[in-house]
Design a protein around this ligand. Structure first.
Ligand code: AHR
Length: 441
């Protein structure tokens, strides 16, 4: 329902109603992969344990005074202890950044900020993510995601992580599977918001086998305006087989746009000639509900018949440290072996049950505002949010570009906006359900 008031627009709440909290799943996603014979060899999350028994470090934050603190789970198999981060980082008005994303697999494949790469595309060493930039609710508990903000090919500041000395990651044309939970409302088309297998050395090109998520349209595209799940195979980002080559964009009509606030993006690459599936499979869906849709399951693009993976790991950047991409990351794993469809389905069910965006407390808070929290009004450069006095909001434009704005006395000064459908996400630690607002001519 959108009601037009000259240049003012009312907007509706898109989030679902209250859902009851539940305990962490009996099996972690990596227990499911292990049971299927395709064990995790890298498992990263700032939000939760990915093994049912994992109670170790999830990530490390570093304060501006240089002191660090490891953030663990609240319980074995459970969510991250965000309160420990808040307590540590609030000391002396300090600001924290995420300095290590720990590998839960036991292989020691931890991620730290990426080193400089190609002189033209990623010449600067990367930055660490601001630790409190992405508060969300998971199963009713406050946790933080990893907010990857862009730099540029000729400007520093790209947030990105890498491991250049990995252990046990698939190499050559060996099969591997991976997924990540990302955000369909915070994307761009630059190269490349990637998670997965990349060069150990960003200066030496090899094959890649990494999930790409965003609106990049230099090689392949899907339907609509994106964002799409594709595979960065190096020197190309693809979502199906077919002719490759510069200057040609190829549509995969099965590649859906996934603009959900929480997206499951899954990629599997099998050995060439294997009879166990693929060799090139892309699946995706809403991480809050439903099952995965297969966007491609078949041959690899021309020129990528057999991969020569190096076994490095990247997050948020291209293989040569190409800077310019943006995205949000909540969790992701890499396995050895080509996971079965049954495992893919079980992993998606586990993710849905985990409760991304589920917020029993804030939904009650919202209702206590007598329905007024349902209302956003945008008029002549100012977004007014009933029931919210302070905090921050993330506004994403129809092209998927996001900006953070402070809220002051219920008002957000966005400046004049072109017509279109925008997404507004409140980052006040209470209500995080995204809402759309429409700017009419
Ligand atoms: O394949 C797309 C990008 O091309 C890679 O991520 C990067 O290494 C290269 O510039």
């Amino acid at each position: 329902m959108v009601i037009r008031h000259s240049a003012t627009v009312l907007c509706m709440l898109l989030g679902a109603g209250a859902v009851h909290a539940q305990s962490p799943s009996a099996s972690g996603v990596c227990d499911l992969y292990a049971a299927g014979g395709t064990p995790c060899v890298a498992a990263f999350s700032s939000t939760r344990a990915l093994f049912s028994a994992y109670s170790g470090n999830l990530y490390q934050v570093r304060r501006s005074d240089g002191k660090t603190q490891d953030i663990k789970t609240l319980s074995p198999g459970g969510e991250a202890d965000a309160a420990a981060q808040d307590a540590f980082c609030s000391a002396a008005g300090s600001k924290c950044r995420i300095s290590i994303i720990y590998d839960q697999s036991g292989k020691g494949n931890h991620l730290t900020k990426a080193p400089a790469g190609n002189k033209d595309y990623g010449p600067y060493s990367d930055s660490e993510a601001v630790a409190d930039a992405l508060p969300i609710k998971l199963n009713g508990k406050k946790v933080y995601g990893i907010h990857i903000t862009p730099g540029g090919w000729t400007t520093p500041g790209q947030v990105g992580y890498r491991n250049t000395h990995t252990n046990g990651i698939a190499k050559g044309d060996d099969p591997e599977s991976m997924y990540m939970i990302t955000d369909g409302t915070y994307v761009n088309g630059a190269c490349c918001f990637d998670f997965g297998n990349a060069e150990m050395d960003p200066l030496v090109y090899t094959s890649m086998d990494a999930i790409y998520f965003g609106t990049n349209n230099w090689w392949d595209v899907g339907t609509g305006t994106g964002p799409w799940i594709m595979a960065d195979l190096e020197n190309g980002v693809y979502n199906h087989a077919g002719a490759t080559g510069s200057g040609r964009v190829h549509l995969n009509s099965k590649g859906q746009s996934l603009a959900y606030p929480f997206v499951t993006a899954l990629l599997k690459n099998n050995k060439a000639g294997a009879t166990t599936g693929g060799p090139f499979t892309i699946k995706g869906g809403n991480a809050q509900s439903g099952t995965l849709t297969t966007m491609w399951d078949g041959a690899r693009p021309d020129g990528y018949g057999s991969l020569g993976k190096a076994g490095g790991i990247v997050l948020g950047i291209g293989g040569d440290n190409s800077g310019g991409a943006q995205g949000n990351f909540y969790e992701g794993v890499m396995t050895v072996g080509f996971a079965s469809n049954a495992v893919d389905d079980a992993v998606q069910a586990n993710i849905v049950a985990a409760g991304y965006g589920r917020n029993t407390v804030s939904v009650r808070d919202v209702s206590s505002h007598s329905g007024t929290m349902n209302e956003l009004r945008w008029s002549e450069g100012v977004l007014r949010i009933a029931g919210l006095r302070t905090g921050r909001v993330q506004v994403t434009d129809p092209q998927g570009r996001s900006r953070l704005f402070p809220v002051s006395e219920g008002q957000v000064r966005t400046g004049l906006l072109p017509r279109g459908v925008y997404t507004c996400r409140i980052l006040d630690g209470n209500a995080i359900e995204p809402r759309n607002f429409v700017v009419l001519p």
